[in-house]
Ligand binder design. Structure first.
Ligand code: 1HN
Length: 368
């Protein structure tokens, strides 16, 4: 902290600070170091939510809580313990487990924050996005761009569970949140399902690694990315690589940009027995374990994971992934925004991290 003039009388300084406070002014010299940190200091901490904890709670919520107008959704949000009770997975991203019981539907609405769904399990569910019913199956990525009407329908006999990711904390920070309920419970579905895929532009749906272009405010007109296509692309990349992790990013086929202007979605195949190095990036990431088992080291702490678990890597924390059996991780990040603003950075560290502790999930039935 900057010190005051040596000869300044203490009483005069106290008076100055009191008058500044009264005038709603803050002297920068007293807070410079807490504002201009040498590196990002996210409040969110690396954390993991085990499927074995979340899943029974989502099932109990299906039994006890209906999906109705007002509440809108049966969604359990990942609340990062570093964020003081706010319902956000990391500072800039919403992440959650959503559950929809058999024959239920979640009412139609729209909001300025954009959303993506990554399906964990179940069938017979579709999300209608601006009149286009997008069928949802395990491993599929479904987009609901900002301000698109959307509702979810489960026409099947089993519950469905999926991951919801939104840019809500970013849009909230920008004071840009709008919300509107649709006049009816559900939108009419015009024509056959999955129209966005039939009319989809011919461009690429994936890029190896990550998108590096600047922000394009148009969301992808393609609303569904199917697991069969993602799986085939990951297999192709893994066959051509010696790396411990092969990554793809889902792209807007029109312009090769990230799928939404604010959100990037990726898939990572972690191959056992191959070397991986830690990477740190500006911006936050949520990972969803689609299949397989392994662990990630984040900031020197080991996080063991298996299918259905969700974990977060806050900005600039070194992250490395290791698989015990071939594993596929879905990721959601805010990189498009950091890139557009010119503050994206990425660094691969030279050596694996020393593991100094192991994360123990609080309510995990089997301590890992
Ligand atoms: C929302 O609309 C959905 O449509 C899910 O399924 C999660 C979290 C915050 C705000 C709106 C949905 C949400 C959400």
């Amino acid at each position: 902290m900057t010190v005051e003039r040596q000869d300044a009388p203490a009483a005069a300084l106290d008076t100055l600070y009191a008058r500044l406070d009264e005038a709603a002014l803050r002297p920068l010299w007293t807070i410079t170091e807490q504002l201009l940190t040498p590196e990002p200091r996210p409040k969110a901490v690396p954390w993991l939510w085990p499927a074995e904890t979340m899943r029974p709670l989502a099932e109990e919520a299906i039994r006890l809580v209906p999906v109705e107008r007002g509440g809108e959704r049966r969604v359990l949000s990942l609340a990062n313990p570093g964020l003081g009770g706010r319902p956000y997975a990391v500072g800039t991203l919403w992440g959650a487990l959503q559950a929809l019981g058999p024959r239920e539907s979640a009412p139609a609405h729209r909001h300025s924050p954009g959303a993506i769904r990554f399906v964990l399990e179940g069938e017979g569910v579709w999300t209608t996005v601006d009149g286009d019913a997008c069928d949802m199956g395990p491993g599929d990525l479904i987009l609901t761009p900002g301000w698109a009407w959307h509702d979810h329908t489960n026409a099947g006999d089993a519950p469905m569970f999926w991951f919801d990711g939104l840019d809500l904390p970013m849009i909230e920070a920008l004071d840009g949140v709008f919300f509107e309920p649709y006049p009816d419970d559900r939108q009419p579905v015009d024509g056959p399902h999955n129209a966005s895929e039939r009319g989809a532009p011919a461009g690429a749906r994936f890029v190896e690694g990550r998108v590096t272009d600047a922000l394009d405010p148009r969301p992808s007109p393609l609303l569904a990315y199917r697991w069969a296509d993602t799986d085939a692309e990951l297999s192709r990349l893994a066959a051509a690589s010696d790396d411990g992790v092969v990554s793809l990013e889902f792209t807007n086929p029109v312009n090769g940009a990230s799928v939404l202007p604010t959100l990037s979605c990726g898939m990572h195949r972690v191959v056992p027995g191959r070397a991986t190095l830690p990477v740190r990036r500006t911006g936050n990431t949520i990972y969803v374990v689609y299949q397989g088992e392994g662990h990630s080291v984040m900031g020197g702490r080991r996080f063991d994971w298996r299918a259905g678990d969700m974990f977060v890597a806050p900005s600039w924390v070194p992250v490395e992934h290791h698989a015990d059996a071939q594993a596929d991780l879905f990721s959601l990040g805010d990189a498009p925004v950091l890139r557009a603003l010119g503050v994206y950075r990425e660094e691969t560290l030279a050596a694996p991290q020393d593991v100094t502790s192991t994360f123990q999930p609080k309510n995990g039935k089997n301590p890992r």
